[in-house]
Design a binder for this molecule. Structure first.
Ligand SMILES: [Zn+2]
Length: 73
């Protein structure tokens, strides 16, 4: 089953607290271009699918606009 953009937002392991001083530093970042705004840095993490039969999916979240997407590599 394909995950929708809403699903991606729901599975994200972090929540934006809306305060710039509470920076989200618990996740690593990498240089990758955001497909939405073109920013070149995003947080990333792995998430195991429910079935457990498939390899973990890598997710990215833009540091600028919080757009979240998954890696299809
Ligand atoms: Zn972005």
């Amino acid at each position: 089953m394909q995950a929708t953009e809403e699903d991606l937002a729901n599975v994200a392991p972090i929540k934006v607290v809306g305060d710039k001083e509470n920076k989200l530093t618990s996740l690593p970042t990498t240089k990758i271009e955001c497909p939405k705004c073109g920013h070149d840095e995003a947080m990333w993490w792995f998430l195991q699918t429910r079935s457990g039969d498939e390899p973990p999916t890598q997710f990215y979240r833009c540091m600028k606009c919080n757009h979240t997407w998954r890696s299809y590599s």
